[in-house]
Each structure stands twice: as structure tokens, then as C-alpha cells.
Design a binder for this molecule. Structure first.
Ligand code: 2HA
Ligand code: ZN
Length: 276
């Protein structure tokens, strides 16, 4: 089932980074069984003309986003495990191209001989978000979804209407949070995993955030770089872990003061304007 060469087409570094991050997800014990999923818009690396394309089309999934016609994505396979992805991206994920007619997609690389490979169960969210990113954050080509234990635990205490409270806690637990996630994280109200409903809700919250928490489920972040997007999730989870560690030890954490957070705000503004 190979019709493009990842060595020749510049995709190797994408696949290496996907494998690296899949390993971190697993080592952090964020992914039980087949938890989590990854997709990357790799259109720029995929040749326009590919031989024998029609052979691989699946017609069981109509795509509603017109602008995605002809776009190519690396995406994790449904039912596949991150611990396996870390060793072998091929066989646990695939590169698909959305058909020009939007009547499905072609698998153009990967699957390692598994003709039944299908994209992750969260495919509706990945498609909706890539479609949103094209017009709103064109540099963001990466979507990571994972189940970081401490962040998910926090959503059992703090509900979506208390997002402000959640961000006050996270920012005050670790100076890095204010600098690297100055807009905070948004809590998306619980919706059925893999549903169109969670896809639609997520796109709404991504209009103002880069990192969203799926209530009682997991986290999702977008970015222009696979490892950097992982770092942002890791940082948020670290802040949640510090908070819950203090609570577990039986005391209320002091947290950074308002003056200390203001000072970090200033630093963050400078950092983002220098970086931008
Ligand atoms: O891919 O994490 O949300 C498995 C999941 C579903
Ligand atoms: Zn999930």
C-alpha cells in the first residue's frame, strides 16, 4: 500500500517526530490502550501526481469541507496504540489525501499491509480543525490529542463554566504557564468522543485558544511544530500535577501572587512579540 516514498518526499522528519511524541505520550502514561491521536497537514511534502491513486479510495466517508479537497494528512489509525506508533509509524498511521470530489480519501502511504486501516475515531474533529486552521491559523499544521492524567483529573473538579478559575490555578502553579500559554486553556463541555458534536464545539473554543481541555476526557492542542505542541501540553499538565500534588499532601498551594503574575504577563508580551 505504498505509493509515495517518505524518504524522497521530505516526510521522514514528520514521521520521526510523530514517533518521538507518541513515545512521550506512552511513557507519561497518558495513553491507555488506543488512547490519543495525532494528525499533521503534510500537503506541502506530497507530490501532486501519484500513480494508482484510485486503488486506495474509501467511499464510506463523505467530507463536508470543500476547502480540504486535495489536501494530505498524516493521521493515526483507529484502534492503534501510541506505544506501537513510537516504534513504527507505518502500520499504526497512514497518509491520506482527501479526494477532489470530497467523496472520501485515498490512503497514499502507510498501513504496512493493513488494507483495512482507517483514520482515528476522532477523524471528524481532526478534519473540522484542519479546515478551521487553514483560514484562521494557516501556520498550524499539527493537531495532538492525548489523555494527560492530571489535566483530566482537574476537569472532574472544575467544570467548563469555571474556565477562568482553572486558568488562575494553572498560571499560579508554575511561572512558565503564563509565559507560554498566556491566553490559558479552554474547557470544552463534555461531548461524545469521536462525534461531530465534539468536533463543532472544539472549533468554537479554538478561535481564542491554542489548547483546549475536553471535559472528563483529554486535551487537544494545535501548533506549527510537533514537538513544540507536545511541550505546551506537557507544561499544562505539569501545572495541574503540581496543584494536585499539593492537594494530595493535604495543603492548599500558595500559588504565585498577583504581582508575580503581572510581572510574568509583561515578560510573556515581550517574549511573544520578539518570537513573532
Ligand atoms: O483515539 O483518544 O478520543 C482514541 C481517543 C478517542
Ligand atoms: Zn481521546
Amino acid at each position: 500500500m505504498k505509493s509515495i516514498s517518505v524518504e524522497q518526499d521530505g516526510l521522514k522528519s514528520v514521521l520521526d517526530q510523530v514517533a518521538e511524541v507518541a513515545g512521550y505520550f506512552w511513557q507519561n502514561r497518558w495513553e491507555e490502550r488506543n488512547g490519543g491521536n495525532i494528525s499533521v497537514n503534510v500537503t506541502e511534502f506530497v507530490p501532486v501526481h501519484i500513480e494508482n491513486l484510485d486503488q486506495y479510495i474509501f467511499r464510506n466517508h463523505a467530507i463536508e469541507y470543500r476547502e480540504l479537497a486535495g489536501f494530505s494528512f498524516f493521521i493515526t489509525g483507529t484502534g492503534k496504540r501510541m506505544r506501537d506508533m513510537a516504534r513504527q509509524p507505518e502500520g499504526n498511521g497512514c497518509i491520506i489525501r482527501i479526494s477532489e470530489k470530497l467523496d472520501g480519501y485515498h490512503v497514499i502511504w502507510g498501513a504496512a499491509g493493513d488494507p483495512h486501516i482507517r483514520p482515528t475515531s476522532e477523524f471528524p474533529s481532526h478534519l473540522a480543525i484542519h479546515h478551521f486552521l487553514l483560514s484562521h491559523k494557516p501556520g498550524h499544521k499539527v493537531i495532538l490529542h492525548t489523555h494527560p492524567t492530571h489535566m483530566v483529573a482537574l476537569t472532574h473538579i472544575i467544570e467548563h463554566h469555571q474556565t477562568e478559575k482553572l486558568n488562575r490555578i494553572l498560571w499560579s502553579m508554575h511561572p512558565e504557564m503564563k509565559v507560554f500559554i498566556p491566553e490559558g486553556v479552554a474547557v470544552v463541555p463534555y461531548r461524545l468522543p469521536g462525534s461531530e458534536a465534539i468536533a463543532r464545539a472544539t472549533v468554537e473554543y479554538l478561535k481564542h485558544h491554542r489548547v483546549v481541555l475536553w471535559e472528563k476526557h483529554g486535551i487537544l492542542a494545535t501548533g506549527d511544530d510537533i514537538l513544540d505542541t507536545f511541550d505546551v501540553i506537557d507544561m499544562a499538565n505539569k501545572a495541574a500535577e503540581i496543584y494536585l500534588t499539593c492537594k494530595n499532601a493535604g495543603f492548599e498551594p500558595a500559588g504565585l501572587s498577583a504581582a508575580q503574575l503581572d510581572e510574568l504577563d509583561e515578560m510573556s508580551r515581550q517574549w511573544h512579540s520578539d518570537a513573532g
